[in-house]
Design a protein around this ligand. Structure first.
Ligand SMILES: NC(=O)C1=CN([C@@H]2O[C@H](COP(=O)(O)OP(=O)(O)OC[C@H]3O[C@@H](n4cnc5c(N)ncnc54)[C@H](O)[C@@H]3O)[C@@H](O)[C@H]2O)C=CC1
Ligand SMILES: O=C(CO)COP(=O)(O)O
Length: 323
């Protein structure tokens, strides 16, 4: 079996730092690369994103991209809209170095998935995807978490699972990268919808309806593109949808909640805000009805009020549930 010992994580935000900790707990040699990490390297703490969580001395924290290039595998954990630029900086990697995409989103302007962006920006990489229900803070604290790691070759997905798996972090291997990516990107849009429902105090019944009907949209769009239904119903699809649609810990949910309640928008990253218009356009192009996604995109671009969106969703023509 392929052996992965040295793991480099690119992006020292909440998720990158947590994944570096997971790799360390799994017994790997770990390099964490980020911009402006001198303070973090000295204090051994990511005070901005994970205060109180100690970074082990054995973990190399660096802003030198050269330190990443020789790793056996690279986890790319910067936000979706930066993946093209950041991947481009890794052009000197060895041919077929596994590069695991950890961002959840679609690229603005091109509507491309992260694997499509990587194929263009860094052709020597062997792509993989890591996704699933996993708040960075939970992973950083070593709470039990399960995720999906997908690669075209099961052998690579399994090697990555062995490299990252530990008593607190359980990855499942998968070959349906497309399905895993679609689940991760779209659940963020639906989490904004769920947050709006909670913030507007539409009630628990409406929250459950958004999750179930949102999942119907995710499944339709995934299947239209060739994703496997089992993937969409797994950790990276339904699992992550349930997590982010039901917890204020989710930045996407919190963003929607602020919209719904009329509070000031939180400054944190809400990937779904960038993905919503891209998802709407993609769905229209593929002829897939996605009314909740349409509503979120319209609320975000200011063309529809929340109350008008709710009424329009409730008064859509009556139909069979499975259609
Ligand atoms: N935070 C979480 O619980 C989870 C996050 N994710 C995904 O991981 C991705 C990153 O999210 P977070 O780490 O939470 O965000 P974050 O806001 O905590 O950190 C993002 C990091 O990326 C860095 N960065 C931004 N642009 C960059 C660039 N051009 N070059 C180099 N570094 C750059 C920032 O300096 C920051 O350190 C997102 O796609 C998110 O959906 C996935 C699972 C869990
Ligand atoms: O993807 C996540 C958990 O699986 C994190 O969700 P948020 O980006 O909404 O915080």
């Amino acid at each position: 079996m392929m052996t992965i010992d040295h793991i480099a994580v690119v992006g020292a935000g909440a998720w990158g730092t947590s994944l570096a900790l997971a790799a360390h707990r799994a017994g790997r040699t770990v390099t964490l690369w980020g911009r402006d990490v001198a303070g973090m390297a000295a204090s051994r703490e990511n005070a901005a994103h994970l205060p109180g969580v100690r970074l082990p001395e054995a973990m190399q924290v660096t802003d030198r991209i050269e330190a990443v290039l020789a790793a056996d595998a690279i986890l790319l954990a910067t936000p979706a809209q930066t993946v093209r630029e950041v991947a481009g900086r890794l052009e000197a990697i060895r041919e077929d170095t596994p590069v695991v995409l950890c961002a959840k989103g679609l690229e603005r302007g091109t509507a491309k998935r992260m694997t499509e962006v990587l194929a263009e920006a860094l052709p020597p990489a062997a792509p993989a995807v890591l996704s699933g229900p996993s708040f960075a803070v939970d992973v950083a604290r070593g709470l039990p978490t399960a995720v999906t790691i997908a690669a075209t070759e099961l052998k690579l997905a399994m090697a990555l699972c062995h490299a990252l798996g530990s008593a607190s972090f359980r990855p499942y291997a998968e070959t349906d990268m497309l399905g895993v990516e679609i689940g991760g990107a779209f659940k963020n849009v639906l989490a904004i919808a769920a947050g709006i429902v909670a913030g507007r105090e539409f009630g628990a019944s409406a929250s459950a309806a958004v999750i179930a009907r949102g999942f119907a949209e995710l499944r339709r769009l995934g299947e239209a593109q060739g994703a496997l239904p089992e993937t969409l119903m797994g950790l990276s699809g339904l699992g992550d949808l349930v997590l982010t649609c039901s917890s204020v810990q989710s930045r996407n949910f919190a963003y929607g909640h602020a919209l719904g309640s009329g509070a000031a928008l939180p400054p944190a990253l809400a990937e779904g805000a960038a993905t919503a218009p891209v998802a709407r356009d993609l769905a229209r192009r593929l002829g897939v009805p996605m009314p909740i996604t349409e509503a979120v995109a319209a609320i975000l671009d200011g063309t529809l009020s929340i109350d008008a969106a709710a009424e329009a969703l409730m008064l859509r023509p009556l139909k069979r549930e499975v259609d």
